[in-house]
Design a protein around this ligand. Structure first.
Ligand code: MV4
Length: 451
């Protein structure tokens, strides 16, 4: 097992990884920009290294600074967290070439799943259902027209190098296709420097359901159920829950086993998440995330696992301590992402947190690096914490979540807490009847309460 791990991230996820390390008796090295010198993960770490100025390109994305920090502190492994360099295949390769362990998958798997066309082709070959569409970029207008007719209208034109909802154009009939294709190629060229586009069947009101997998280096592969992440706005997840309120036990087991078998064939290492669109009882693979995800705690709570601990054990070459038959799904968990931003306009709201009180009590977990007096920097993502609540079933979990949200206090900066409290109280959310478009429409008509 490693004696010292460098955590190449910041905020709540850096603290999350640090906590797992501490419980495992592993020394921790925090890296930070000058803007994060007084951040909690720096205070709690055994050692810390300043890796640059606030700008991410010169700090948290600065591969050489991070490798140098690992070198001078004698770290044996690097945990990338999520975001930043966590899915950067070149960084993963550099880490391994410099003799450190990368706590995550292999560079090849990161690279492969990072290309959406190759990822979809790989999924198909592994027997995973995908959205009907072209096998690759469309080469001509004629090919696009023929493909769209075969797929059936409406279709979605997607930029090969797009992502997170950028570079998508819905086309409702034949007469619109050629103009839409020209527009989409132009926007892709301008936005991503790559004008290649492909075509898929458009799913008008899908749910976003993702499956968590955990694989060691001894051939043991298991799934830890699904998460429903359909409550999103502008492709930013806001609330996630496990299990999904729209899946029954049969669907759950069928999807989980299909994904686990595919990952076994793929020879995957570590934790990973396969994302699906779900509509009319059908699953359609859209992409695979080769990293720990923000929303991993809801899975941890219903399966009683510590995914970061398992990541570290797998990276150290250990076998998983449990098999699929040992996995038990208990109760229901819901996560609310708490952001320092105006809940209506999404404008970031950095600044000094003058007051902070975290909710507590049975089944309540607050993953946050906030403290009273902390200054939320303007340079990074606006996520300042995750409130995760677990209980025996969804209605009980909802009551506990409402109570915990009411206890949560963050003063000095705007937050989305008023929006979260409102959404959790809506009948649509309480009945589980929301798709990936619901929150955007709800917020358009919503006015924050006057405090
Ligand atoms: C789709 C789709 C409907 N039909 N593909 C958005 C981001 C990227 N991960 C894939 N996305 C979508 N792809 C087809 N063929 C709708 C979306 C989509 C979406 C998907 C998941 C979660 C939130 C979303 C919000 C808007 C659109």
């Amino acid at each position: 097992m490693f004696k010292k791990i460098l955590i190449a991230n910041r905020g709540e996820i850096a603290l999350r990884v640090l906590r797992a390390c501490r419980e495992m008796g592993i020394q921790t090295v925090a890296v930070h920009s000058t803007a994060d010198a007084s951040a909690m993960h720096v205070r709690f770490a055994d050692e810390s290294v300043c890796i640059g100025p606030p700008q991410v390109g010169e700090s948290y994305l600065n591969k050489l600074s991070i490798l140098a920090a690992a070198e001078i502190t004698g770290a044996e492994a690097i945990h990338p967290g999520y975001g930043f360099l966590s899915e950067n295949a070149d960084f993963c390769q550099m880490v391994e070439e410099h003799g450190f362990a990368f706590i995550g998958p292999t560079p090849d798997h990161i690279r492969l799943m990072g290309d959406k066309i190759v990822a979809k082709d790989t999924a198909k070959k592994l027997g995973i259902p995908c959205v009907p569409g072209t096998d690759g970029p469309v080469a001509s207008d004629e090919e696009a027209l023929a493909a769209a007719e075969e797929i059936g209208w409406p279709v979605l034109i997607k930029a090969v190098s797009g992502g997170g909802g950028r570079g998508m154009t819905v086309v409702h009939d034949r007469s619109q296709l050629l103009d839409a294709l020209r527009m989409a190629r132009g926007e892709a060229k301008a936005g991503f420097g790559d004008d290649r586009v492909y075509i898929e069947k458009f799913l008008a009101a899908p749910r976003h359901i993702e499956v968590q997998v955990l694989c060691d280096t001894h051939g043991q592969v298991l799934h830890l159920g699904e998460r429903d992440c359909s409550l999103q706005r502008r492709h930013q997840k806001v609330v996630e829950e496990a299990p999904s309120p729209v899946l029954d036990a049969g669907d759950r087991e069928k999807l989980g086993l299909l994904v686990a078998k595919a990952m076994e064939k793929f020879g995957y290492r570590g934790v990973g998440t396969l994302e699906f669109l779900y509509e009319n009882g059908q699953f359609y693979f859209i992409e695979m995330n080769t990293r720990l995800q923000v929303e991993h705690p809801v899975t941890e709570l219903i399966t009683d696992t510590d995914l970061v601990r398992e990541q570290i054990r797998v990276a150290a070459g250990e076998k998983l301590a449990f098999s699929q038959s040992d996995v038990r799904f208990r109760g229901h968990a819901i996560e609310c992402r708490i952001t320092a931003e105006n809940p209506k306009t999404l404008a970031p709201s950095p600044g000094r947190v003058t007051g902070y009180h975290a909710p507590g009590g049975p089944g309540v977990r607050m993953d946050s690096a906030l403290y009273a007096g902390y200054t939320v920097p303007p340079y990074y993502d606006s996520l300042i914490g995750k409130l995760i609540v677990h209980d025996v079933d969804r209605p009980t979990c909802l009551r506990r979540l409402e109570r915990a949200l009411a206890e949560c206090v963050v003063e000095g900066v705007d937050t989305n807490l008023p929006l979260l409290r409102t959404v959790i109280g809506t009948s649509a959310f309480r009945n589980g009847q929301y798709d990936t478009g619901w929150l955007g429409k709800f917020i358009a008509d919503w006015e924050p309460p006057v405090v």
